[in-house]
Write a protein of this length. Structure first.
Length: 159
């Protein structure tokens, strides 16, 4: 179970590194989506033909479909619509949240596996348990030190 906890920690770190490296502009994406968010008053049928978009039925259908599914808060009245021009920002924001969710899931599983390993250990001050805990508590920024701590934990488990 200790090795499983370390494996999950490595998964967590991998997802966090992916998130950190590839989603540096996520704040900008969030800002663009917020700026593009349009509010249509509740109960009104949107009239997209008068928007200056000469009969773009695809965009109108997309806006109506999204307005029924994308809502930010119950305190805000109206339907929120994201235009098709912001699909890239929306895709990046969804990818970011998927990576963060996967990292948090791996972290949760690492903690569960650690608790099981700790429960099976005869002594809570066991060198293996202590080294696993040290590895699980390590951050994802310093990969060399993290790998060193994981190696030490694996060696102490194998003893």
């Amino acid at each position: 179970m200790g090795a499983a906890a370390l494996a999950y920690k490595c998964m967590e770190v991998a997802y966090l590194r992916i998130t950190y490296a590839s989603h540096g502009n996520i704040g900008r994406c969030r800002y663009e989506l917020q700026a593009a968010l349009q509010v249509i008053p509740s109960g009104e049928s949107p009239s997209f033909a008068s928007d200056g978009e000469n009969s773009n039925h695809t965009l109108a259908a997309e806006k109506v479909a999204l307005s029924n599914t994308v809502r930010s808060s119950p305190s805000v009245t109206g339907n929120h619509v994201i235009s098709s021009g912001n699909n890239s920002s929306l895709s990046q924001l969804l990818a970011f949240s998927q990576h963060v969710n996967a990292a948090m899931d791996a972290s949760r599983k690492a903690q569960i596996a650690f608790a099981a390993a700790k429960g099976k250990s005869k002594n809570s001050n066991d060198d293996g348990i202590t080294s696993i805990k040290r590895a699980l508590d390590f951050n994802f920024q310093d990969m060399e030190k993290l790998l060193h701590v994981v190696r030490l934990a694996m060696e102490s488990i194998n003893r």
